[in-house]
Ligand binder design. Structure first.
Ligand SMILES: *Cc1c(COP(=O)(O)O)cnc(C)c1O
Length: 371
């Protein structure tokens, strides 16, 4: 049996008619840039979150950059973020001219460790960007309290946490702004690059809208210099088709996670993902931990099961950040984490047969180890 790590094709086939019609409509109306479909998705998404403004942009990386720039963050400033994330979170900080300052993750939930944040705050610190990693929210309550007491902006990176929540509050509704990616493999994925920003701050929303469209709110009236970061009409139309399904898809991910928990509990040194109390984990990724990671990965691969590692190197230890001269001891949790994690296939369309196969394989791997 073959189990791919992601399977975007089977989801497309499920909704093929709607998607094909949406694409045809955009082309018939040549609504490629701007236009009605972008407006409709913008409203769909902001209504789904009950937030005042959704600013559609070209991708989730630009989303972070645009928020930082329009908050006036740049040269001489520092922005705190998690040591373990996708590089978008930190590269955008550098792009503004500010310095990314990394904080280790907590050993249980793998998100930024609030107890280690205050040590890293200086008079130059302007903002904190927690990442709601793998589909589970960071400890937003503690982070928000720190932001309040030091007067820092809170920006939530929600690229992996569409409709995740903690204590009933959705990811993306606590900070001054939050950023989403609709990269095809994300829980809500377009058929190309796409992203957006949510905020309740109308003044900031207007600046961000302007900046993402060459600094203009109306054609040829460039109030500032901006960038070209627009959601295109095709992606918007596709996202509007997919959004109503997201609730059920998320529930299917949660049901699949439950099957993994039941099938994999109590095996060897295997650590299964832990869920915070009162947290809705949406399982963008199902990340297990074991000291036998490399051998398990090879074993699964040799039996047709694709896995992945998110992410193999902690950000401060990447060559891109060699200028900071960080070493692994500064990030003891995050630098150990990367050597043990393995992301198993996780998507709504995984069949029982596929899941049972993966579980059986992992069980047999550990049975052989024990001999
Ligand atoms: C995917 C992702 C991004 C960037 O999104 P793109 O749309 O690929 O630019 C940012 N942060 C995190 C944590 C991500 O997983």
């Amino acid at each position: 049996m073959k189990v791919p790590f992601v399977d975007l094709k089977s989801q497309y086939l499920e909704i093929k008619n709607d998607i094909d019609t949406a694409i045809e409509n955009v082309i018939n109306e040549t609504a490629f840039i701007g236009g009605n479909y972008v407006k409709i998705f913008k409203e769909d998404f902001q209504n789904a979150y009950g937030v005042k403004h959704c600013i559609p942009v070209a991708n989730g990386t630009d989303a972070i950059y645009i928020v930082l720039k329009m908050l006036g963050i740049g040269e001489g400033d520092e922005v705190i973020t998690s040591a373990n994330s996708w590089i978008s979170t930190s590269e955008t900080i550098s792009q503004t001219g500010a310095k990314p300052v990394f904080v280790d993750i907590d050993p249980i939930y793998y998100t930024i460790d609030p107890s280690k944040i205050e040590d890293k705050i200086t008079p130059r610190t302007k903002a904190i960007i927690p990442v709601h990693l793998y589909g589970q929210m960071a400890d937003i309550t503690s982070i928000e309290a720190i932001c309040k007491s030091y007067n820092l902006y809170l920006i939530e990176d929600c690229a992996q946490s569409h409709f995740s929540s903690l204590n009933g509050i959705k990811a993306g509704l606590t900070g001054i702004a939050s950023t989403f990616s609709f990269y095809p493999g994300k829980n809500l994925g377009a058929y190309g690059d796409a992203g957006c920003i949510l905020t309740n701050n109308s003044e900031l929303a207007e600046k961000m809208t302007m900046f993402s469209n060459h600094g203009a709110l109306t054609k040829h009236n460039h109030l500032i210099e901006g960038i070209n970061s627009r959601l295109d009409g095709l992606q918007a139309a596709i996202l509007s088709v997919k959004l109503p399904y997201l609730h059920d898809w998320t529930e299917a991910r949660i049901a699949n996670a439950k099957k993994y928990y039941e099938g994999l509990i109590g095996i060897g040194d295997l650590q299964l993902p832990k869920v915070r109390p009162s947290s809705k984990h949406t399982y963008h990724l199902y990340v297990i931990k074991t000291k036998n990671r490399d051998a398990l990965k090879v074993f699964l691969e040799s039996h047709g099961v694709e896995t992945a590692i998110h992410y193999p190197v902690a950000l401060p230890l990447m060559p891109a950040y060699s200028r900071f001269g960080a070493d692994a001891q500064e990030y003891p949790v995050g630098s150990d984490h990367v050597n043990k994690i393995l992301s198993l296939p996780m998507y709504p369309e995984l069949s029982d047969e596929q899941m049972n196969y993966i579980i059986k394989l992992i069980r047999s791997f550990y049975a052989d180890l024990a001999c």
